[in-house]
Design a protein. Structure first.
Length: 636
C-alpha cells in the first residue's frame, strides 16, 4: 500500500515536474507572444502616434501661421489706424484751418460785395434822382421853348402888323442893314427917345393945361412958346422918326437873327431831345444792366449764403463725424488692447490647458498601460487558474486513485477549488468591469484629445514623443520583468496557496477601479476645460472678427472723410472762383457806373449849357418884346 502510494506519489511528482516544465514552456511562449504583441502594439501605437503627431504638428503650424497672420494683420491694422489717425488729424486740422480762412475770406468778400452793392444802389438812386431832376429841367426848358415859340409867333404877327403899318420905314430899314453893329446904341437911343417922348407928352399935357389956364391972359406968348415947342417937338419927331426907321431896320435884322436863332434853337432842341432820348435809353440800359447785375449778385449772394450755410452744416457734421470717429477709434484701441490682453490670457490658459492635456494624455497612457497590465495579469491569472484547474483535476484523479487517507486534503482542495473558482468568477467580473470602464475612459480620453487638438497651439516635438515612447518601452520592459517575477511568485504561491495572491489582486483591482474613477473624473474635468477653452477661443475669434470689422469700418470712415475733405476743398475752390468772377463783374459794373456818371455829368453840363442858351434866348425875346411894345407905343 505504501509502495503503491509512493509509486503514485513519484508518478505524481514526475507528472508535476512535467506539468511544471510544460507550464514553463507555455509561460515562455506566452511571454514571447506577449512581447511580440506588445512590440506590434508599440509599433502600431508608435506609427499612429507619429501620424497623430504629424497631424498635430501640421495643425499647430497652421494655427501658428494663422496666429502670426492675425498678429501681422492686427499690427498692420493698428499701424494703419494710427497712421490714418495722425494723417486725418493733421489733414483735418489743416483742411479745417484752410476752410476757416477761406470762409473768412469769403465772408470778407461777401461783406465787401454787399457794401459795394449798397454803394451801387445808392449811386443808382442818386442817378435816378439826377435823371428825374434833369427830366424836370428838360420839361421846364420845353415849357420855356414853347413860350419862346409862342412869343416868336406873336412877334411874327406883330411883325406882319408892323410890315403892314410900317411900309414907310422900308427905305430907312435898307440903310439900317449897313449898320448892324449900332444895335446896342440904337436900342439905347430908342430908350432915350422913348423917355424923351414920354417927357414930351407930359410937357404937352402940362402945356395944354397951362394953355387952358393961360388961354385968356397969355395966349400970344403961349402960342409963340407953343410954336417953339411945336418946332422942337417936330424936330424931335423927325429925329424919332429917323430913329424909328433905323429901329425898324434893326428890328428886321433882329427878326432875321431871331429866325436864325429859332432855327438853331429847333436844331438844338432836336439834338437835346435826341441826346435826352439817348441818355434815357442809356439810363434805362444802365438801369437794366445794373438791375441784372444786382439780381445776379443777389442770386450769387444767396447761393454764397446757402453754400456758406451748407459749409457750416457740413463742418458741424464733419466735426460730429470726427468726434464719433475719435470715440470709435478710442473704443477700437481699447477693444484691441483688451483683445490683446484676452489673447495673452487665452494663450496662458491654452498653455495651462496644454499642460493639463499633456497630463491627461500621460494619465491616459498610464491608464492604458495599467489596463494592459491588468489584462495581462488577468490573462496570467486565467492561465494560472486553468493550470491550477488542470493541476487540481490531475490531483483529483490522483486523489481518487490514492488512499482514502487523503480524503481530508482532497475535500480541503475541493473547497479551495470552489473558493478559487468563485474568486475567479468574481475577479473575472471585476476585471471585465474595469476593462469596460477603462475602455469608456479611453473613449472619453480620445474624445477629449480630439476636442483639445482643435485648440492646441503648442505640442511637443517628435523627440519628446519618441523619448516618451522610449520611456514607455522601458517601463513596459520593467513591468514585463516585474510581471515575470510576479508570475514566478504567483506560481510558487499557487503551489502553496492562492489566497494571498487573490487578496492582492482584489486590492489591486480596487486600486485600479479607484484610479479609473479618478481618471474618469480628470477626463471629465479635461473635457469641461476643453469645452471652456473652445468657447473662449470662439469668443476670441468672434472678437477678432469684430475688431476686423471695426477696423474696416474705420477705414471706410477715413476714406469717406477724405472724400468729404476733397469735396469741401473743391467747393471752396469753386466758391473762390465764383467770388473772383463776381468781383470781376462788380468791377466791370463799377466801371460802367463810372462811365454812366461821366456821361450823366456831360449830359448835365450840356443841359446847363442849353439852359443858359434858353435863358439868353428868353432875354432876347424879352428885349424884342419890350422893343416891339415900345415901338407900338411910339407908333400909337
Amino acid at each position: 500500500m505504501c509502495r503503491t502510494l509512493e509509486d503514485q506519489l513519484s508518478e505524481l511528482k514526475s507528472k508535476n515536474d512535467e506539468n511544471l516544465r510544460q507550464i514553463n514552456d507555455l509561460t515562455a511562449q506566452k511571454q514571447d507572444c506577449k512581447q511580440r504583441m506588445a512590440k506590434n502594439a508599440l509599433a502600431h501605437g508608435l506609427q499612429s502616434a507619429r501620424h497623430d503627431c504629424d497631424l498635430l504638428r501640421e495643425q499647430f503650424e497652421e494655427e501658428q501661421e494663422a496666429k502670426a497672420e492675425l498678429q501681422r494683420g492686427m499690427s498692420k491694422a493698428n499701424s494703419e489706424v494710427a497712421q490714418w489717425r495722425s494723417k486725418y488729424e493733421t489733414d483735418a486740422i489743416q483742411r479745417t484751418e484752410e476752410l476757416e480762412e477761406a470762409k473768412k475770406k469769403l465772408a470778407q468778400r461777401l461783406q465787401e460785395a454787399e457794401e459795394q452793392i449798397e454803394a451801387v444802389n445808392s449811386k443808382c438812386a442818386s442817378l435816378e434822382k439826377t435823371k428825374q431832376r434833369l427830366q424836370g429841367e428838360v420839361e421846364d426848358l420845353m415849357i420855356d421853348v414853347e413860350r419862346a415859340n409862342a412869343q416868336a409867333a406873336n412877334l411874327d404877327k406883330k411883325q406882319r402888323n408892323f410890315d403892314k403899318n410900317g411900309s414907310r420905314s422900308s427905305r430907312k430899314a435898307r440903310q439900317s442893314w449897313k449898320v448892324p453893329r449900332k444895335r446896342p446904341a440904337l436900342s439905347a437911343l430908342n430908350f432915350k427917345m422913348k423917355n424923351s417922348y414920354e417927357e414930351a407928352l407930359d410937357q404937352l399935357e402940362t402945356l395944354k393945361r397951362e394953355n387952358k389956364n393961360l388961354q385968356h391972359g397969355e395966349s400970344g406968348k403961349a402960342i409963340h412958346e407953343l410954336e417953339k415947342a411945336k418946332k422942337i417937338v417936330e424936330s424931335e419927331k423927325a429925329e424919332i422918326q429917323t430913329a424909328l426907321e433905323e429901329a425898324e431896320g434893326t428890328l428886321e435884322h433882329e427878326e432875321s437873327k431871331i429866325l436864325r436863332v429859332q432855327l438853331e434853337l429847333n436844331q438844338i432842341k432836336g439834338e437835346v431831345d435826341r441826346k435826352l432820348a439817348e441818355k434815357d435809353e442809356e439810363m434805362e440800359q444802365i438801369k437794366r444792366n445794373s438791375q441784372r447785375v444786382i439780381d445776379s449778385m443777389q442770386s450769387t449772394l444767396d447761393s454764397e449764403v446757402r453754400s456758406r450755410n451748407d459749409a457750416l452744416r457740413v463742418k458741424k457734421k464733419m466735426e460730429g463725424d470726427l468726434n464719433e470717429m475719435e470715440i470709435q477709434l478710442s473704443h477700437a484701441n481699447r477693444q484691441a488692447s483688451e483683445a490683446q490682453k484676452q489673447l495673452r490670457n487665452v494663450q496662458g490658459q491654452l498653455k495651462d490647458a496644454q499642460l493639463h492635456l499633456d497630463d491627461a494624455v500621460r494619465g491616459q497612457e498610464d491608464m492604458k498601460e495599467q489596463a494592459a497590465m491588468v489584462e495581462r495579469r488577468n490573462t496570467l491569472m486565467m492561465a494560472e487558474i486553468e493550470e491550477l484547474r488542470a493541476a487540481l483535476e490531475q490531483t483529483e484523479r490522483g486523489r481518487k486513485v490514492a488512499n482514502r487517507s487523503w480524503l481530508m486534503p482532497n475535500t480541503s482542495l475541493l473547497n479551495t477549488k470552489k473558493k478559487l473558482e468563485a474568486d475567479y468568477t468574481q475577479l473575472q467580473g471585476e476585471v471585465d468591469d474595469t476593462i469596460q470602464e477603462a475602455r469608456n475612459a479611453e473613449d472619453k480620453a480620445k474624445k477629449a484629445i480630439t476636442d483639445a487638438a482643435m485648440m492646441a497651439e503648442e505640442l511637443k516635438k517628435e523627440q519628446d514623443t519618441s523619448a516618451h515612447l522610449e520611456r514607455m518601452k522601458k517601463n513596459l520592459e520593467v513591468t514585463v520583468k516585474d510581471l515575470q517575477h510576479r508570475l514566478d511568485e504567483a506560481e510558487n504561491l499557487a503551489m502553496k496557496g492562492g489566497k494571498k495572491q487573490l487578496q492582492k489582486l482584489e486590492s489591486r483591482v480596487r486600486e485600479l477601479e479607484a484610479e479609473v474613477e479618478n481618471e474618469q473624473k480628470r477626463g471629465a474635468d479635461a473635457v469641461k476645460g476643453v469645452r471652456k477653452y473652445e468657447r473662449r477661443v470662439k469668443e476670441l475669434t468672434y472678437q477678432t472678427e469684430e475688431d476686423k470689422k471695426n477696423v474696416a469700418r474705420l477705414q471706410d470712415l477715413v476714406d469717406k472723410l477724405q472724400l468729404k475733405v476733397k469735396a469741401y476743398k473743391r467747393q471752396a475752390e469753386e466758391a473762390e472762383e465764383q467770388a473772383n468772377t463776381h468781383l470781376s463783374k462788380f468791377r466791370k459794373v463799377q466801371h460802367e457806373l463810372e462811365e454812366a456818371e461821366e456821361r450823366a455829368d456831360i449830359a448835365e453840363s450840356q443841359v446847363n449849357k442849353m439852359r443858359a442858351k434858353t435863358r439868353d434866348a428868353g432875354k432876347v425875346s424879352l428885349f424884342i418884346r419890350s422893343y416891339v411894345f415900345n415901338h407900338c407905343l411910339f407908333c400909337s
